[in-house]
Design a protein around this ligand. Structure first.
Ligand code: NAD
Length: 331
């Protein structure tokens, strides 16, 4: 058995080598992403492991199939960039990694909230200028707040435990109610109820057709004055212009954004200087002490990267050996 792994970064390499040695299976690692040209590299392999934001178009998948590879294992969750028709037409088997470390995202989310509440960015900036005064940057305490969690999936539940560990009151909204959490009585029936009660809103929902720009001007108007917004989920959940207006008016006290609606091609890129970042609204947000923008790094831990690589390789091996896998995605 031989597997080819596309788009392998330096930080993934040790986990790939470790798996290959432990399993005694040859894995060819290439740094190039999978596209119409690089698909030819897969000739002679039994499966391909991939991760990229670039689309897996019909042309790319046709090429891969023409080179004899139809076992495709993604190292991430989302499969929205995979051409479903080409998958079916070529008889591809596709797997994803549905969860690689919910704790990584949950821990990062709460870390960012605490930085906001304790005014850490402001104190860092003041101290760098030799200003060691306290006022006017008085902080707030999480233990006396109500946190509203939108979506109690794997990440939402991991965040919930941490918030409760800090002594915060937690309420939650989800289209599906987790039976264990239901017993705790934490669910509200509508988003409006959550908006009305929450001091902090922690978003953990996937982006769907129904929740595009769910945090818009209407939603902000229904929230408490001085609410804190956390989005480590998907940029599409927030109307950026409405958020900027709500920050300007003080309706929103601050925000931590690990995702952004136009992040593709911007995040995980070195522009050489702040001025060169080609997005004015993003720079507007980044300039504020009460907004923490991070380039989609909540997941980026050693544990998560190891799991993404090794779970995907396990999935690919399963596909090759049995024609089926636990994490097979149906198109
Ligand atoms: P999950 O599948 O375990 O849970 C998703 C939850 O969302 C489910 O409980 C579902 O019922 C709920 N849901 C779906 N649509 C909803 C809606 N319209 N309103 C309210 N709830 C809704 O997913 P997860 O592993 O917890 O991941 C959650 C999201 O986190 C992902 O979809 C992704 O967008 C994001 N994410 C971000 C990073 C990062 O690095 N920042 C990494 C991984 C995932």
């Amino acid at each position: 058995m031989k597997i080819i792994a596309y788009g392998i970064r330096d930080d993934e390499r040790p986990y790939l080598d470790q798996w290959s040695q432990a399993q005694g299976i040859e894995v060819k690692a290439v740094s190039a992403l999978l596209d119409e040209e690089t698909a030819a590299l897969a000739k002679g392999y039994d499966g391909a492991v991939v991760y990229q934001q670039k689309p897996y178009t019909a042309a790319v998948l046709d090429q891969l199939a023409a080179n004899g590879v139809t076992n495709l294992s993604l190292r991430n969750v989302g499969v929205d960039n995979v051409d479903a028709e080409a998958v079916k037409r070529n008889g591809f088997k596709v797997t994803n990694v549905p969860a690689y470390s919910p704790a990584a995202i949950a821990e990062f989310t709460v870390t960012e909230l605490l930085r906001l509440l304790r005014r850490t960015p402001t104190f860092d900036r003041k101290q760098a200028q030799g200003d060691l005064r306290w006022a006017p940057d008085i902080a707030d305490e999480l233990n006396s707040m109500t946190v509203g969690i939108v979506a109690t999936g794997r990440i939402g539940r991991a965040a919930l435990k941490i918030y409760q560990g800090f002594g915060a009151k937690v309420i939650a909204y989800d289209v599906f109610h987790n039976p264990e959490l239901e017993k705790q009585g934490i669910y509200v029936d509508t988003l409006d109820e959550l908006y009305a009660q929450a001091d902090v809103i922690s978003l953990h929902a996937p982006a769907t057709k129904d929740n595009n720009k769910m945090l818009n001007a209407d939603a902000f108007a229904k929230m408490k004055d001085g609410v804190w917004i956390l989005n480590p989920a998907r940029g599409a959940l927030i109307d950026t212009d409405a958020l900027i207006a709500a920050l300007d008016s003080g309706k929103v006290a601050g925000a931590a954004l690990d995702v952004y609606e136009n992040e593709v091609g911007i995040f995980n890129t070195d522009f050489g200087s702040f001025d060169n970042i080609p997005d004015e609204r993003l720079k507007n947000l980044m300039k504020r002490d009460n907004v923490l923008v991070s380039p989609h790094i909540a997941f980026y831990t050693r544990t998560a990267v190891k799991n993404m690589v090794q779970y995907a390789l396990n999935n690919n091996r399963q596909l090759i050996e049995t024609g089926k896998a636990d994490n097979e995605v149906t198109f």
